[in-house]
Design a protein around this ligand. Structure first.
Ligand SMILES: NC(=O)c1ccc[n+]([C@@H]2O[C@H](COP(=O)([O-])OP(=O)(O)OC[C@H]3O[C@@H](n4cnc5c(N)ncnc54)[C@H](O)[C@@H]3O)[C@@H](O)[C@H]2O)c1
Length: 349
């Protein structure tokens, strides 16, 4: 028997909320029924998608009783909005970061686990075929033992991006908005991060929040890593433009992550796998480059398809609130390490 279309609602009709609306509208079996956002610009967005417009998200939840909700609000509102869904037994996809503080994240994790209502965190890159494949290759030992990773997220945001004041205040900033995606990917692919050491800088933009950072990582496997991040650097070295999997960025094929193991190296998102011709090969022997083929599927489309399975009870969240909280803890450990000029273990937070 054919299932009725799932009824979705969105909290926050801003930059990413509108993209979620368009994705739902383009997905068979999914209907967008309402958007809650008090901003005047949100009413025409709702009507463009044939959805009802609400000023208050709690009223929207109570009146519309959607099957699933996407929380696309400023970071500081994520936890309370997701808890409002959990309290009503409604599964939600909450944009990253899961919350702006660990206290708020803990409240959400406790509420979701107590009520057994699924919460999926919007780390959409985990649904991207290159990220999923890298995890698989490393877990299968195709790189031998993972030695380390070198990652970059470098891009130049325009001035107008910072008209939304939350983006340049504590709780916003590129550690929580951008680097969190890379850290989540690295945790997903390489395993938990047990120690971080970081330098941050706000010397270019001069905002309260950082504009650039360099980070050293230690993974529980013993592998180590480095990450360089800036939102004020002209560069193709960021996963969003390099992978062509982001929604509103040009595709500029390049690499952003370099994994090195005892038997092979892998660059992402090109999926170039470098190794010697024979097992006996070493640094004086040539390396051979092979390309690993992907399925061509799209990260945000896959994420929505997964969320639909979560809503119907056919899948557990690939990124649970607890998992999202550990990614958040790792980012907050990076911020603390820079402030206190010392290594920090995310678990100690
Ligand atoms: N996963 C991704 O690729 C991705 C991309 C961009 C943003 N994000 C995340 O999505 C979230 C939103 O980011 P954005 O860039 O769309 O921000 P935005 O400022 O463009 O949009 C946020 C919207 O929320 C609305 N809002 C504020 N308070 C509200 C309330 N109480 N009830 C309902 N609506 C309210 C605002 O009016 C605004 O329209 C952030 O957490 C950000 O980190 C994720």
């Amino acid at each position: 028997m054919e299932r009725e279309a799932l009824r979705f609602a969105i909290m926050g009709g801003g930059l990413i909320g509108r993209e979620h609306a368009a994705l739902i509208a383009a997905t068979p079996g999914a209907d967008l029924v309402a958007i809650a956002d008090p901003a005047p610009a949100a009413a025409p967005v709702a009507s463009e998608f044939g959805a009802r417009h609400y000023l208050d998200y709690r009223t929207m939840l109570d009146e519309m009783r959607p099957d699933g909700v996407i929380v696309a609000l400023p970071n500081a509102l994520h936890a309370q909005a997701a808890i409002a869904c959990v309290e009503r037994g409604i599964p939600c996809l909450v944009e990253k970061p899961v919350a702006d503080t660990l206290e708020a994240a803990r409240d959400l994790v406790a509420a979701a686990e107590r009520a057994d209502v699924p919460v999926l965190v919007g780390h959409q890159r985990r649904h991207s075929p290159d990220i999923a494949k890298a995890k698989q290759l490393i877990e299968e030992g195709r790189l031998g033992r993972l030695v380390g990773v070198n990652a970059m997220w470098l891009a130049d945001k325009p001035e107008a991006y910072f008209d939304a004041a939350w983006r340049k205040q504590a709780g916003g900033g590129p550690l929580l908005i951008n680097l969190i995606h890379d850290i989540d990917c690295l945790r997903f692919i390489c395993g938990d991060i047990t120690e971080v050491m970081a330098f941050t800088s706000n010397s270019v933009r001069g905002f309260e929040v950082e504009d650039s950072a360099s980070v050293s990582l230690r993974f529980s496997s013993g592998a180590v890593g480095t990450v360089l991040m800036s939102d004020t650097a002209v560069s193709p070295y960021n996963w969003d433009t390099a992978a062509g999997q982001a929604l509103y960025f040009p595709h500029q094929p390049e690499n952003a992550y370099f994994f090195s193991g005892t038997k092979a190296a892998l660059a992402l998102p090109s999926m170039d796998l470098w190794k010697h011709e024979t097992e006996a090969g070493h640094w004086q022997d040539p390396l051979v480059k092979r390309h690993v083929t992907l399925d061509g599927s799209r990260a945000y489309v896959n994420q929505l398809a997964h969320f639909m399975k979560v809503v119907t009870g056919d899948a557990k969240p690939l990124v649970s609130a607890r998992d999202g909280m550990m990614t958040l803890a790792t980012i907050l450990a990076i911020a603390r390490s820079s402030r206190e000029r010392r290594p920090v273990n995310p678990s100690d937070l």
